[in-house]
Ligand binder design. Structure first.
Ligand code: SAM
Length: 230
């Protein structure tokens, strides 16, 4: 009963958001075929943990614990305001209280640029030397997959804009792996390939710009290539 009401409200919200985008937002109909491989975010996270002998793991946004439950490590914290993990609250609430450092941080919470950027900056502060940040949903294949506010169930949001911004920072190397809806990877080290796209508002970047430049601006690479780097 409660679930049905929730689903009805959700559908109505999607419809209202569609109308909003129809009137106010960018129109672009082309689709990107990323040729993603079959590797899953869990493969990459597990590989990074084993290769680097990581001891602690933080996941932002856990949902059904599809990943969180399968991580074998000395200490793990999962943050989610609604379900899963072991810290009930938003990432902002977690970072405000947290005193720990982490080796591996998986950001998969609220997929909106402002929040993702905040989650990345807060994660960099508590990331151990030689640690890694991994992000899910970095490669939306159509404009509808990245619309904010959201208009569909399968949705990546505009995480990609935060990745593009991180690509311009001096103190991190940022990559995007062509697996599992696009896996962002951030390492805390001197940026060896700074993206220079001028002084612009990352939040206002257009999907057309992403469509035309995604490989360069996201620094995309194959799953095999990232294994050498992490
Ligand atoms: C895509 S799901 C996470 C899936 C999970 N990481 C996995 O790999 O299967 C996104 C989750 O983020 C949570 N979330 C939404 N806003 C959040 C926030 N501000 N901070 C942390 N988590 C948030 C939602 O409750 C939802 O469970």
């Amino acid at each position: 009963m409660f679930k049905n009401k929730f689903e009805e409200n959700r559908k109505l919200n999607f419809l209202i958001n569609k109308i909003y985008h129809l009137i106010f937002s960018e129109k672009f109909s082309k689709k990107i075929n990323f040729n993603l491989d079959k590797k899953h975010r869990l493969d990459l996270i597990k590989y990074a943990i084993i290769k680097n002998n990581y001891k602690n793991y933080l996941e932002i946004g856990c949902h059904n614990n599809e990943v969180f439950d399968k991580i074998e490590i000395e200490k793990k914290i999962g943050v989610d305001p609604i379900s899963g993990g072991n810290f009930r609250g938003t990432s902002d609430q977690f970072f405000a209280k947290n005193k720990l450092q982490f080796d591996c941080i998986f950001i998969d919470g609220l997929h909106e640029y402002d929040q993702v950027k905040k989650d990345i900056l807060n994660s960099i502060k508590i990331l151990n030397k030689n640690g890694i940040i991994i992000l899910h949903d970095c490669l939306p294949s159509t404009i509808n997959h990245q619309r904010v506010p959201r208009t569909r169930y399968v949705w990546n949001g505009d995480v990609w804009k935060a990745i593009v911004e991180a690509r311009t920072w001096q103190n991190v190397n940022t990559y995007t792996v062509l697996s599992d809806q696009g896996l962002g990877v951030i390492k805390k080290e001197k940026n060896s390939n700074i993206l220079n796209i001028g002084n612009l508002s990352f939040k206002k970047l257009k999907y057309k710009f992403f469509y035309e430049n995604y490989s360069k601006i996201m620094r995309t690479m194959s799953y095999e290539q990232i294994l050498e780097i992490i």
